[in-house]
Design a protein around this ligand. Structure first.
Ligand SMILES: [Fe+2]
Ligand SMILES: [Fe+2]
Length: 218
């Protein structure tokens, strides 16, 4: 398939598989079941931001294409910035982020770190993970707004969400450049499906633990 058309078809496929993840958060909000301790939810964001910063960083030396390498490097820096913004917000709420110890990789990040080709990394990291992040962060912002936590809403609206959208768009243009053969397009689509499958299960598990499906991504 022509690469730009392929990316469009892939976007539709991704949106369809992403809908239940974002929908779970919307349902929780609508039912007033957007429970969960605010600092606990922001600590989930800390874990996600540092995990994706590290993921992008480990891909830098393993990815030969210079433009993709630079995309991961820039992403790693942006995600580190998100970590710091969330850590500052947590500090204002009385949580000492210096005492934060990142947990070991969950199933999703273990899978992502194992991806061996550039097309898979673009499809998984920039295109899919960033779309999940953008979607679930919108719900998290609505939850924060409903609680009057405007400081957190501002961090997401003014800094984090514009970056997550830019990462996703960069992923789409890189995929159009590198997923040019039937094999690479099949691989990209399978990777998007697999990431969404693992993320759906991981977020359902986390939702059960947190008491809400409305919590942030990376
Ligand atoms: Fe991002
Ligand atoms: Fe982020």
């Amino acid at each position: 398939m022509e690469p730009t058309a392929f990316v469009q078809v892939l976007e539709a496929f991704k949106a369809e598989r992403l809908a239940p993840i974002v929908g779970a958060g919307q349902t929780a909000l609508a039912e007033g079941a957007g429970g969960g301790d605010p600092t606990e939810l922001l600590r989930v964001a800390l874990v996600n931001e540092i995990s994706v910063a590290e993921l992008a960083a480990v891909w830098i030396p393993r990815t030969p294409e210079v433009d993709v390498k630079i995309a991961f490097a820039r992403q790693a820096g942006d995600e580190a910035g998100h970590f710091q913004l969330v850590a500052q917000r947590l500090a204002a709420l009385g949580f000492d982020a210096a005492a934060f110890v990142p947990p070991p990789d969950n199933a999703l990040f273990a899978y992502l770190k194992g991806l061996e080709t550039t097309v898979e990394r673009i499809a998984a990291g920039l295109v899919t993970l960033e779309s999940i992040a953008y979607g679930v962060n919108e719900n998290f912002m609505a939850l924060c707004a409903s609680r009057g936590d405007d400081a957190t809403v501002r961090i997401y609206r003014d800094y984090i969400q514009p970056d997550e959208r830019a990462h996703q768009q960069l992923g789409q243009s890189l995929l159009a450049k590198y997923a040019t053969t039937p094999d690479s397009q099949t691989l990209a689509r399978a990777t998007v499906a697999r990431v969404l499958e693992i993320a759906t299960a991981a977020r359902a598990q986390a939702a059960a633990k947190l008491g809400t499906a409305c919590f942030p991504g990376c």
